[in-house]
Structures are given as structure tokens and as C-alpha cells.
Design a binder for this molecule. Structure first.
Ligand SMILES: Cc1ncc(COP(=O)(O)O)c(C=O)c1O
Length: 335
């Protein structure tokens, strides 16, 4: 007779079955001084590929299989700064597809190693052109040999936002018992914000949707896009957000360090999203705020900002000039 252990997950047939159903974690440490605010992080680093991008990657690959565009003879191709690439590489390895990725050469060494470990082929692109350079290269490659590739095109593929409409948002509604009042997510491809946001709008129109962007084109917020100066994703709809908040790299670094000190070792865009969530929380008493934490901290271990002294909670240090963690051109796509 097997022993029933409450909460123990069932045996998975494939690693792919473990994508989604991520926990919601209360950020009690950051609620101090707020007026009756419940603040929760959606722990997307708990996905098997380590990020929120497992969801759209799986959905777009499944759509390709269903439509017949993805076959055993085609190669999965896309432009990615890392996380979507890791997701494609993982799913491709598990399902037996070749994967080719256009990646700005300045992505962190950890990401390059992970992609290689899964057996993906990498085409490095000009770091100064960021994610836009990678997008242009992928388009060229697909145009030159369209029959060779299943060009996923995460920036213009509706499967990207639909994955969040169908999974991320319903999970959050369930996990908060439908009490959610604010949703905060950063914009990379914008899939997370647009997909989950649309679902929340339909669920209850008063839920406030807050998008997050770097506050300048030259930033250190890996995964996020400065829309004003970048190739705008086809799936992005600027009219969905009730508010769009710009976050400074320094503030995101500071909060990412503070999160680690509270036991949550997450990536820089999580710190950026938290900065925006706290901004909202300070002026929103009696609220239930959910903020997306897109990935974990491991892929950013080589970033020098970890080694800086941190100040007290919620007091980012202004800094000038060259120094550890100074913002540099990023692959900054979100994907
Ligand atoms: C670390 C990180 N943060 C945020 C995002 C933004 O997500 P989305 O592309 O759904 O806008 C991404 C996307 O890859 C990411 O990798």
C-alpha cells in the first residue's frame, strides 16, 4: 500500500510535464510599512528551464507541431537573449529537435554554457545591437532557407502571449482565491504581461495592470526591453497597461540583492519588477499585488553587482561613473 504524502508531485513522464504550476510566494519582508498590502511573487524560476519562458516556448513548439510547420526535418530557429533559448533547447532536447539560436554575444557565460549543454547551436550576433541584432539575423537566416527552419519568431507569435493567458493568469487567480487587485510584470517580448493581463481584464476589469520597462535605453536589466528605442514586438499592445513604470538599473540591482538576503535568489528583472510593485504598493492600501519573478539568480553569478555593499531596505544608492555593475548594452529582449 503506497503511503500518501500530501503535496508530493506525481512521477512525470517527461520533464516537459513539469512546466507551469509554479508557486506563489508571499514577500512578507517587503510588506513592512505598507498599509494592508499582500505582496506575492510568482516563482517562475521553478520551471524546469529555470524561467517564465518555458511556458511560451512549449506552447509555440506545440502549435508548430499541430500546424505541421515543425517536423523532424526542420530546425527550430529564433532570436533570444537566453531564457527562451534555454527553453527551446531543453524542449528540443527532450522532444528530439535540432535548435539554432541567434544570441547577442554579450549574454552571460552561464547562459551560453547552458545552451551548449542542451546541444543547441548558437549564432552569435553583435552585442552593440542587442536583441535587435539577433532578431535581424534570425530573419535573414529564415529568409535565405525558409524550408530548413521552423522560425518561431517569439516577438510576433500569438502562442507566446496565449501561453500566459491559458496558464500563468488562471494559476494566479486560483492561488489568490480570485482576490488579486494588481498585476506587475516586465516587458521583454511582452508575452507575459499581455497574455496574463488580457485574462485578468476578462476575469475582473478593475484589476490594475502595471507594466515595467528599463528607464533608459542603456540599461542592465537583462530580459527587459526599452520599447521606445527598440524593435517593438508585434504582440505588444501599449493600450493594455493602466500604468507603465520605468525602473532604474541601480534600483533593480539593489532589490535583487535584498531579495537574495531574504532567501530568494532571483534574476535582475525580478528586482526590477519588485521595484515597480513597491512603487504601486506604497500608494495602494488594502491591495493584493502579484509580481512576476521571471528567473533565478544563477545565470547572473558573473555580474559584479552582487559584490557591492547593500544599503538598508528600500534605499537604493545613487552611484556614478564606472564601477561594479555599471549598466552596459544588454541583449535586453526578454527571451
Ligand atoms: C529574465 C527575464 N525577465 C523578463 C522577461 C520578460 O518576459 P516577456 O518576454 O514575457 O515579456 C524575460 C523574457 O525572456 C526574461 O528572460
Amino acid at each position: 500500500m503506497p503511503v500518501a504524502i500530501p503535496g508530493l508531485p506525481r512521477t512525470a513522464t517527461s520533464i516537459i510535464d513539469l512546466i507551469g504550476n509554479t508557486p506563489l510566494i508571499r514577500l512578507s519582508t517587503f510588506e513592512a510599512g505598507l498599509r494592508n498590502v499582500e505582496l506575492y511573487a510568482k516563482a517562475e524560476w521553478k520551471n524546469p528551464g529555470g524561467s517564465v519562458k518555458d511556458r511560451p516556448a512549449l506552447r509555440m513548439i506545440q502549435d508548430g507541431e499541430k500546424s505541421g510547420a515543425l517536423t523532424r526535418d526542420t530546425i527550430i530557429l529564433d532570436a533570444t537573449s537566453g531564457n527562451t533559448g534555454i527553453a527551446y533547447a531543453l524542449i528540443g532536447a527532450a522532444r528530439g529537435y535540432r535548435v539554432k539560436l541567434c544570441v547577442p554575444s554579450n549574454v552571460t557565460p552561464e547562459r551560453k554554457q547552458i545552451l551548449k549543454a542542451f546541444g543547441a547551436e548558437i549564432v552569435f550576433t553583435d552585442p552593440m545591437q542587442g536583441s535587435d541584432g539577433a532578431i535581424l539575423r534570425a530573419r535573414e537566416m529564415n529568409a535565405a532557407e525558409p524550408n530548413l527552419y521552423f522560425y518561431v519568431d517569439q516577438y510576433n507569435n500569438a502562442g507566446n502571449w496565449r501561453s500566459h493567458y491559458d496558464t500563468t493568469a488562471p494559476e494566479i487567480i486560483e492561488q489568490t482565491g480570485g482576490r488579486l487587485t494588481h498585476f506587475v510584470a516586465g516587458l521583454g517580448t511582452s508575452g507575459t504581461f499581455i497574455g496574463a493581463g488580457r485574462r485578468f481584464r476578462e476575469f475582473r476589469s478593475s484589476i490594475r495592470l502595471i507594466s515595467v520597462q528599463p528607464d533608459s535605453p542603456l540599461h542592465g536589466l537583462e530580459g527587459l526591453k526599452h520599447m521606445e528605442t527598440a524593435i517593438v514586438p508585434g504582440i505588444y499592445d501599449a493600450s493594455l497597461a493602466d500604468e507603465d513604470l520605468g525602473v532604474a538599473t541601480e534600483e533593480a540591482f539593489e532589490l535583487t540583492r535584498q531579495l537574495a538576503r531574504s532567501g530568494l535568489f532571483v534574476g535582475i528583472s525580478s528586482g526590477a519588477n519588485l521595484a515597480a510593485a513597491l512603487n504601486v504598493a506604497r500608494r495602494s492600501p488594502d491591495s493584493v499585488i502579484v509580481v512576476i519573478f521571471p528567473d533565478g539568480g544563477e545565470k547572473y553569478l558573473s555580474e559584479r553587482f552582487w559584490n557591492e555593499e547593500d544599503s538598508g531596505p528600500g534605499t537604493p544608492k545613487p552611484r556614478s561613473g564606472e564601477g561594479p555593475g555599471t549598466p552596459k548594452p544588454r541583449s535586453g529582449e526578454g527571451g
